[in-house]
Design a protein around this ligand. Structure first.
Ligand code: G6P
Ligand code: MG
Length: 223
């Protein structure tokens, strides 16, 4: 692991880190699965975190074991239906929906002079940050529509670091998804997981709760 002193930037995932929208993604997919008469599986909750809308739809359709050849138009309609469900749920978001301790951590990072980037696979990220009132903290946001390979590929973290003018090895990535932790590790950045250590087994540093995200706690966790 590189030294804490070499870190110059932080690359944040959004859903499940900055706010608990991972629950809304899950609810919106569950609604779609019900509409399609596809049985919901408990394992989807973790599997769908971090991966794109299209990849998520593929996981749900593949789970039936029936290899139905849906047309592109059908898949677009399904993904759009899920997103419509999700956008309705997002109407509940307010600055009170910011995960505990996150805004204080962003302020701490700004004051200490760290660069801050957003590495979210969500095309809805601008709406979510706007509703939370956090848009101005992020000096770089990677547009997920431009990604060739989503998480667990390292591309999103590599390119987000580059937008900040940094090497991935000069950055810490913060993630709640297994796919995201793998992407951070593959990019050569330091991975900080938010959630259970039993789930985020590959995280170099892991905190159960967002309020544990402080520079002091991260510095102490370096070895
Ligand atoms: C994040 C979430 C995923 C979601 C993806 C795409 O990575 O963790 O659950 O599928 O973004 O989100 P979008 O808002 O573009 O459908
Ligand atoms: Mg996430």
């Amino acid at each position: 692991m590189q030294k804490f002193q070499s870190i110059k930037g932080f690359l944040f995932d959004l859903d499940g880190v900055i706010t608990d929208t991972s629950i809304y993604h899950e609810m919106a997919w569950h609604q779609l699965a019900d509409q399609l008469n596809i049985p919901w599986q408990a394992a989807f909750a973790e599997q769908l975190k971090g991966i794109s809308r299209e990849a998520s739809l593929a996981v749900i359709l593949d789970s039936t074991g029936k290899h139905v050849d849906y047309s592109e138009a059908d898949k677009v309609a399904m993904a759009t239906a899920k997103n419509d469900n999700y956008l309705k749920l997002l109407q509940q978001l307010t600055p009170d929906s910011i995960a505990p301790g996150i805004e204080a951590f962003l302020v701490e990072l700004k004051q200490a002079g760290y660069a801050i980037g957003l590495a979210s696979a969500s095309k809805n990220a601008p709406i979510v940050l706007e509703r939370l009132g956090l848009s101005d903290y992020f000096e770089a946001r990677l547009d997920p529509a431009t990604l060739k390979n989503g998480k667990p590929a390292p591309e999103i973290f590599e390119r987000c670091a580059a937008l900040l003018g940094l090497q991935p090895t000069e950055c810490i990535g913060v993630e709640d998804a297994q796919s995201g932790i793998e992407a951070i590790n593959a990019a050569g950045a330091i991975s900080v997981g938010i959630g259970s250590k039993k789930v985020l087994t590959k995280a170099q540093i892991c905190f159960e709760q967002t309020q544990d995200l402080t520079l002091a706690n991260i510095r102490n966790a370096f070895h």
